[in-house]
Design a protein around this ligand. Sequence first.
Ligand SMILES: CC(C)(COP(=O)(O)OP(=O)(O)OC[C@H]1O[C@@H](n2cnc3c(N)ncnc32)[C@H](O)[C@@H]1OP(=O)(O)O)[C@@H](O)C(=O)NCCC(=O)NCCS
Length: 314
Amino acid sequence: MKKFARIIGTGSYLPPKIITNEDLEKTLDTSKEWIVTRTGIEKRHIVENQSNCELATIASQNALKAANISPKELDLIIFATTTPDKIFPATATVLQKALGASCPAFDLQAVCAGFIFALTTAEKYIKTNSANKVLVVGSETLSRIVDWTDRSTAILFGDGAGAVVLSSDLNAGILNTKLLSDGNYLPSLQVNNNYINQHGFIQMSGNEVFKAAIKHLSILALETIKENNITVDEIDYMIPHQANVRIITAIAQRINIPMDKVIVTLKDQGNTSAASIPLAIDKAVRDKRIKKNNILLLIGIGAGFSWGSVLLRF
Ligand SMILES: CC(C)(COP(=O)(O)OP(=O)(O)OC[C@H]1O[C@@H](n2cnc3c(N)ncnc32)[C@H](O)[C@@H]1OP(=O)(O)O)[C@@H](O)C(=O)NCCC(=O)NCCS
């Protein structure tokens, strides 16, 4: 019998400290108008003393509560992050202990596409009967790898965590997944560290990333729609990775989906990398836009480049 992986609970958490565009004007050669016009971002949340795992723990507890299951019922934890608290152990195992879970737990690194890659991996575990309940987390403390003197990157990023609980379901859930990677893009977006200089910062050719993101995500979204024999009208919400509102509107135009069917959180959160999609899902679930049985199209792209889509019935 066909088995689906279905989202049964969502949760998120943003650290309390907020940095506004006005704050950035004081330290960088920029203006609040430039930032909001070019990116759609007005503010972002930034950690002070909290670790990435602490953000992930609160988001996960919220997701488990919404799913109405206990941590002991989890069969697997997948933690998508680019900013693990340590090189080892995996932040996922620290999260496992913090939650009081006892299942296997691992980190997954696909930068801003991390949540899409993690959700896809979790779905395969459920579909092959290797797990019944899986916690998928996207959580980041990107503020720790941002060069706060570089106006071309410091304006973009924020910290936060989002989580979903997946459960096997005989009726509906994740309908299709697609993952892609192309390592030729390494120079366009990377952290300039190595094992000698451990603490690096984000380096980015913004305009190259901008154009590639629109191109690859539009093509991928159109292919996903076509291969699944659905029309754009059947999609209730598209939830893209939140990098730049101009990237999101350009993709929406190309696939012909109205913006009121696109979940956008950039204004208040900036780009939270692997956390941005689960944060957006949780926001739209809690404000009751996303409802049970809605068809959702998730799309994300990040450094590597790696990109992917997940089509699901909520
Ligand atoms: C970074 C980004 C906002 C820049 O916007 P853009 O329209 O592409 O702007 P450009 O990079 O072409 O720069 C235009 C000018 O603005 C300047 N500029 C860059 N950042 C600025 C800032 N914060 N304030 C004011 N001016 C700025 C540039 O120096 C450049 O000046 P010049 O014309 O004198 O050389 C945009 O490219 C972007 O969002 N890219 C994608 C980033 C991303 O999503 N990364 C993560 C992927 S997961």
